[in-house]
Ligand binder design. Structure first.
Ligand code: CDP
Length: 203
């Protein structure tokens, strides 16, 4: 069964998606895709080119033209931007970029192609269980208290994180929500190993 397993992980900022998706991918021998890194890459390119993040058509064009490789390192049009996409400028801009339906259409298509090419995988983001992989073998929605999430994103700051969550949850195009059939997990209440074993038992 291994080769074709798909795990969808969604949740707000600092809910523990990256930690859990890494651990699950290792445990299950699957590849992992961080879709947030793809939206961050588009935001990085928008800033780099001095484009207004609210200019929908210009931003969509950037998304369509940008070559993005997301693995251990994140490389966009040949530039390693692994560290740059975690900076405050990109974090402050990414939600506006991700609210653009044309950007989402391009990214969703690429994410589905990635899953096909890798024969399944652990995919994390905001719309994975709801839009990208509605038929995933297991769908997880991660939560944690605002205090725990803010502490995990202390470099970004609690206010900036709250703003990003608000924008992501209230946008019209694929807002962050608990997907139908998802299991909700409070990552502040159990260890990563415990959650991994619980998820493996659900498969
Ligand atoms: O890791 P963190 O929760 O801080 O954020 P991320 O997963 O890197 O995602 C950054 C931003 O990309 C989010 O705040 C969303 O605006 C956007 N995003 C999205 O709209 N859809 C996804 N599938 C993944 C990320």
């Amino acid at each position: 069964m291994r080769g074709s397993v798909t795990v969808a992980i969604d949740g707000p900022a600092g809910s523990g998606k990256s930690t859990l998706s890494r651990a699950l991918a290792t445990r299950l021998g699957l590849h992992r895709l961080d879709t947030g890194a793809m939206y961050r890459s588009v935001a990085w390119a928008v800033l780099q080119q001095g484009i207004d993040a609210d200019d929908r058509e210009a931003v969509a064009e950037v998304a369509r033209d940008l070559d993005i490789e997301v693995d251990d390192r994140v490389v966009a049009d040949g530039t390693d931007i692994t560290e740059a996409i975690r900076g405050p400028e990109v974090s402050a801009t990414v939600s506006a970029v991700a609210a653009n339906p044309a950007v989402r259409a391009v990214m969703v298509e690429r994410q589905r192609r990635w899953v096909d090419a890798h024969g399944g995988g652990v995919v994390e983001g905001r719309d994975i269980g709801s839009v990208v992989l509605p038929d995933a073998d297991v769908k997880l929605f991660l939560t944690a208290s605002p205090e725990v999430r803010a502490a995990r994103r202390s470099e970004e700051g609690a206010e900036a994180v709250a703003r990003r969550d608000r924008l992501d949850s209230t946008r019209t195009a694929s807002p962050l929500e608990v997907p139908e059939g998802a299991r909700v997990i409070d990552t502040g209440a159990q260890s990563v190993d415990q959650i991994v074993e619980e998820v493996v038992a659900w498969l």
